[in-house]
Design a protein around this ligand. Sequence first.
Ligand SMILES: [Zn+2]
Ligand SMILES: [Zn+2]
Length: 454
Amino acid sequence: MRKPSAILTGLILVGHAFAVSGVWAQDQPDPELLKAKELFEGAGIPGDKWIEGETMVPHVAPAAHFKATMLYYPGTEELQPDEVRVTFMGSTYYPNQSQSGMSIFVELGNGDNFVFDLGIGSLRNYNSFSIPFNTINHVFFSHLHMDHMSDLPYFMMFRPIQGGWTPLNIYGPSGSEPQYGIAQMVEHMMKMTAWHQDSFNAWPIGEGYDPVVHEFDFMDEGGVAYEQNGVKITHWPTSHTKDGATSYRLDWNGRSLCYTGDNRPNSLTIKYCSDVDMLISEVQTATVSMSAQALGMPVALAAYTIDTSHTPAYGLGYICNEAQPKVCVATHYSYDDIFNNETVAEVRHHYKGAFAFGAPDLVTFNIHGDGKVWWREGVAADSSQTPRPALKSPIIKFPAPRHQVYDVINDTIEANEIPPEKWYPEGHMPELIREWPLTKDIEIPNPFATPPPE
Ligand SMILES: [Zn+2]
Ligand SMILES: [Zn+2]
């Protein structure tokens, strides 16, 4: 075999940019170089000549600004002004080592972000991606099953400790009766966490324990749950175990995505999610008798659960074929090699477009450029510390605690504390801080402030 010439090797190294300059512009071009030009400019590129693959349509493509194309390293990529990033912080109903309860983190190029559901265990993924709790101000719930909301109490209680001193906005449906709506749930959650709140009230909390609940009428089809800063989030009712389950669509800057929550395949999904960039739906593999055996469940019970309340993969394929999103995304799914291929095959029965799993946790999607989509595995370390709160102003105003720690510990219990002199080594005992020095808000210079532009 002939070795490539030195010039050709050079071309391979410098790539296409070099190809259009000097070398091609010679008066009498070298036929070999011309052939190479043809090769580099068109070979292997399907264009209109053939169809490449089955599902990776041309709008499935990475962006030039990605730091890594096949992996997403959180904190390394500035979103472009018109870009959307969607990370699955939770992706199932039954948490395991690689999957938490449902939670979808949506970040927009204008700096806004939105959380959809906050299921069990999902917060560890926000932490491992270094998303400070104080940057999350808007949380939407599709319905009030615990696989979608059981991390809310923890988030609510610990958000102020990460600088979340403003009220958290919580959005969700009403129910068929007041006791089934989100307002009632939050009110009772705040009662449930009374001990926690009063103990943490010895720290700066501000308005962190004053949630603002935006309960909307679950039957208000196409109602607007949120509209600010060019972002619009609409909702509609869906059928899932009980009245009150909701689907959402987010629109911003010509980008769009649907998250339908849990439901039976719903005609309104087709109505409201046609041509969106991402259609995110739950999915169940339609092999109930086999899964029931594997899960040790009576087949009738498994079938009853799916047939009344969930979306088999055939149903998702039907919906995505009708709605034709840029990418059809299946989540709320036990991601397992044994069933993955079967699930895809079932979706494919109706739908031929781009398809991806919104699972396992940390898979990250970007909607970018002129309407391209790409998805990657997100990278997180096994251990991580609390992320640094995002406080950018030059002065931080710490809200005053509502009381001192020892105001809510009685003298008998306090007296049982072993004096620190007994257990600190000689010369190691610091000056202890046993009381917050002020009963007023306190302003201190922010050591991590964003420096002013020069
Ligand atoms: Zn669920
Ligand atoms: Zn559910």
